[in-house]
Design a protein around this ligand. Structure first.
Ligand code: GUN
Length: 286
């Protein structure tokens, strides 16, 4: 049976380090790292995510401000709010919860965020910096996955890594981080031929396709490390249940190490968001 990589425990460790940094910034510079979270509309999943981000931020001694705009809000109103937050020296990190309602342009909003406050690492300048190996603010989910991977593989050099999924939020930055650690990286996606055998050859599989239980025993080679990024809300007997992209019961007996859902990558993402906010606050010291 695979070793379980416990995201709850590992994220608690990261959060303790963040809390210590927050205390230091407060004591030495009289600065309280502050995160502004912008939520547009009433998407239930986004509301839960935003609530968790705000709660965790406060638990580590940060200040956190949630800005809730209604679903019909205009692009100008949203960009104007971003402008105000950019200019506010008391705000160190800005996060706009995605997805946005379909009439709003996500790229425009992301480009409007000051790159120094872009704690999601989604701004084109930060994306380019990561791609060329000069990353400053790295997207939170891939960053959390790397911390989990290092638990099992202190040296990732030469490992065969397959990332399933090519999103801007997870798949692409994940591949860039693995490449930076000298992995041989394949990005597999819905058009990949023989995807199961591509995945089966990997030492490391990062599942970020957004499809519940896509990855079963046929996709995983003996002893592989499996990181499950999926958070798929499924209705089971009328109850909402969270399910990963990996069929845990099928894969766990074959894999060498595996992350659970829930309690895996999810808590690591929030911990890395707060890590980024502290880093951003430090860099903004006058
Ligand atoms: N929606 C799903 N994941 C994310 C994320 O990492 N950041 C933001 N801003 N929105 C998301």
């Amino acid at each position: 049976m695979a070793q379980l990589i416990d995201g709850k425990q590992l994220s608690a460790q990261v959060l303790r380090e963040v809390a210590a940094e927050v205390e230091l910034l407060s004591a030495e510079h009289d600065v309280v790292p502050t995160l502004a979270v912008v939520l547009v509309g009433e998407d239930p999943a986004s509301q839960v995510y935003v609530r968790n981000k705000v709660k965790r931020a406060e638990e580590v001694g940060m200040r956190s401000i949630a800005h809730r705009l209604d679903a019909e809000c205009t692009q100008d109103a949203l960009n104007e709010l971003i402008g105000v937050l950019n200019d506010d020296s008391q705000v160190h990190g800005i996060l706009v919860q995605l997805p946005l309602p379909s009439h709003l342009n996500e790229d425009d909003v992301i480009a409007a965020i000051d790159p120094a406050k872009d704690v999601d690492g989604f701004h084109p300048l930060n994306v380019g910096a990561l791609a060329s190996g000069r990353a400053s603010l790295v997207p939170c989910t891939p960053q959390g996955c790397m911390i989990m991977l290092r638990q099992v593989h202190p040296d990732l050099s030469g490992k065969n890594a397959v990332v399933v999924g090519r999103s801007n939020i997870v798949g692409k930055p994940m591949a860039a981080l693995l490449l930076q650690e000298n992995c041989t990286v394949t990005i597999a996606h819905s058009r990949t031929k023989n995807i199961e055998s591509v995945s089966r050859n990997a030492d490391i599989v990062v599942a970020a396709a957004g499809r519940a239980k896509l990855i079963n025993a046929d996709w995983i080679g003996p002893g592989a490390t499996v990181i499950d990024v999926g958070i798929n809300a499924i209705s089971v007997d009328g109850k909402r249940k969270l399910m990963g992209d990996v069929d845990f019961e099928s894969v766990a007996p074959i894999a060498g190490a595996i992350t659970p859902v829930p309690g895996g990558v999810g808590p690591m993402t929030i911990a890395c968001l707060l890590l980024n906010t502290t880093r951003a606050a430090k860099r903004q010291l006058a």
